[in-house]
Every structure is written in structure tokens, then in C-alpha cells.
Design a protein around this ligand. Structure first.
Ligand code: CP
Ligand code: NVA
Length: 300
């Protein structure tokens, strides 16, 4: 059966741990200027229904460094945007390219594409999950703190796609996750229920950050929620990650944000740019961890 990467649960925990260790090796090779081209002649199709900077550039660069090629497909200039069924697009594209990544709205659309694809499909963000970001975040935590198992992470803010992927990561990488959201913005109950032993929910960010190794956050209004921006700004009052909250977490605690960030909303510039922030390393690690993912899916 074709191996897809629609959520972190699609890859066994041991393999995920090996994958982020391999990402650290691939990073060292890239920094040393070593050429490694295991995907010569292989092609990736990249379907973007939403904007992207990091995801697009990291996948395109990764394919180029691996000796392959990537094709950017936007709904504006493909038949996907004119209503060609997702099933037909999947069948046709996967007869041509070797791997497909998709960033879209409904997670179910990604699943339908994968069902009809002969080649691996990678989730490059849906409304429900963003597993590629978690590969980078876990690689970065490993680089800065060593082994992840047994650690504690706080998620502060919206119970969104990133939060859902942190919950899956808590299961796969074996850490405890304290989630603090405003009332009404909790993560989906089914995702929480499946990770019950690893996750605690609260509406108090101060309680959530106590004694954690990593504090993570994200924008209050995700792509597709632009019209809720004002309401969310009000509802998320008190959920900003600032120096005061980081002080409760302790001097050893790290901070990360998947980016793009809204300084002065979910995080202050001081924290984002401060010594505890591993945000920029995590952004770079999108490249290395996704190369490790491509190698895992295509070179085994
Ligand atoms: N973090 C992330 O996925 O960034 P982009 O939206 O720029 O791809
Ligand atoms: N939750 C954000 C993540 C962006 C990388 C969004 O979906 O817009």
C-alpha cells in the first residue's frame, strides 16, 4: 500500500524518531556543502489552495538539493480551480509525478486525494492538521534539549491545526502536553480523547506553562478565518505569550512559533526574538526534516 503522510500517526513512532535524527544528519551534510541527490529525476507536485512561504520554499529547495524537481500548482491556473474532481486530479497527477504535497482547507479533501493517488501524498497543512511543522519543531527540540520523551510542552492559544498536530506529536514522541485555550476554542474532542493520557486542557495559560520545557503558540485567526480576526482578538485577551508568561515557565523553557507571527498579538517581539526562542531554527528545519520525510517515503 502507498505510504502517505496525512497526519503524524501515519508513520510509526520509532520511524518518526529516526526521521528527525536523520534530518539532523541531512542538515549537517547541507551545511558542509555535501552533494546528496537521491531523488535525481524524481518530481514532486505541489498543490496550494492557501498561501505559503516556508512550506513552498522548503519543499522546492529540498527537491532541488536532492537532485529532483518540484512543480507549483495553484488552483488559479490548474483545472482544480475550475472544479475538476479531486479524485480525477489525483489519478492523473499520480501517474506523472513521484510524490504530491497538498495544502488545502478540508482535511477530507486531502484524504480523498490520497485514496486515489498511486504515489505518496504529504499533508502540507489542512484546517485540521499541520504535521510537517511538527517534524521541524521536534527536530529543533531534539537539537536544543536532547531526547524528547518524558518532556512537557505547553500549547497556548487556539485549538487549531497546529494544536491538533501537537496532540498527535505528544502521542508519537511521548511527551506531556498542557493546552490552554479560551473557552470555545478547545481542540477537537476526538483528537484529545485519543491522547487522553498525554494531554491536559485548561483555560489558564499561567497554569499551563508551569515547569514546561517548551512553550508553543500560533496565530489567533488561521488562514480562512480572516473575518473572525476582530472577535478572536477580543476572545484571546490574556493568551499572549510575553515575558511575564515565559518567566512562569522558567529560564530553561524554550519558545517556538510556526510562523507567520503577529507581534503584539499572540506573542511579543521580545519573546519571539529573545534567547529562549527556537522559532528561527525551527523554520530552517522545515527544509531538513522534509528532506528526511521525502527520503523516508521515496528512497526506502
Ligand atoms: N509555518 C508554515 O507552514 O509557514 P507557511 O505558511 O509560510 O508555509
Ligand atoms: N494555524 C495557521 C498555521 C499557519 C502555518 C493557519 O492555518 O493559518
Amino acid at each position: 500500500m502507498t505510504q502517505h503522510f496525512l497526519t503524524l500517526l501515519d508513520i510509526p513512532a520509532d520511524d518518526l524518531n529516526r526521521l528527525i535524527r536523520r534530518a539532523i544528519e541531512l542538515k549537517a551534510m547541507t551545511h558542509a556543502g555535501e552533494r546528496y541527490e537521491p531523488l535525481k529525476g524524481r518530481v514532486m507536485g505541489m498543490i496550494f489552495d492557501k498561501s505559503s512561504t516556508r512550506t513552498r520554499v522548503s519543499f522546492e529547495t529540498g527537491m532541488a538539493q536532492f537532485g529532483g524537481h518540484a512543480i507549483f500548482l495553484s488552483p488559479r491556473d490548474t483545472q482544480l480551480g475550475r472544479g475538476e474532481p479531486i479524485e480525477d486530479s489525483a489519478r492523473v497527477l499520480s501517474r506523472m509525478v513521484d510524490v504530491v504535497m497538498i495544502r488545502t482547507f478540508e482535511h477530507e479533501k486531502l484524504e480523498r486525494f490520497a485514496e486515489h493517488s498511486q504515489v505518496p501524498v504529504i499533508n502540507a497543512l489542512t484546517d485540521r492538521f499541520h504535521p510537517c511543522q511538527l517534524l521541524a519543531d521536534m527536530q529543533t527540540l531534539l537539537e536544543h534539549r536532547g531526547s524528547i520523551a518524558g518532556r512537557t510542552v505547553a500549547w497556548i492559544g487556539d485549538g487549531n491545526n497546529m494544536c491538533h498536530s501537537y496532540i498527535n506529536a505528544a502521542r508519537q514522541f511521548d511527551f506531556r502536553l498542557h493546552i490552554a485555550t479560551p473557552e470555545g476554542y478547545e481542540p477537537d474532542a476526538d483528537i484529545v480523547a485519543a491522547a487522553e493520557d498525554r494531554v491536559t486542557l485548561t483555560h489558564d495559560p499561567r497554569a499551563a506553562v508551569e515547569g514546561v520545557d517548551l512553550v508553543a503558540t500560533d496565530v489567533w485567526a488561521s488562514m480562512g478565518q480572516e473575518e473572525e480576526q476582530e472577535k478572536r482578538r477580543r476572545d484571546f485577551t490574556g493568551f499572549q505569550v510575553n515575558a511575564e508568561l515565559m518567566a512562569l515557565a522558567g529560564p530553561e523553557a524554550l519558545f517556538t512559533h510556526c510562523l507567520p507571527a503577529h507581534r503584539g498579538e499572540e506573542v511579543t517581539a521580545e519573546v519571539l526574538e529573545g534567547p529562549q526562542s527556537i522559532t528561527w531554527d525551527a523554520a530552517e528545519n522545515r527544509l531538513h526534516s522534509q528532506k528526511a520525510l521525502l527520503e523516508y517515503l521515496l528512497v526506502r
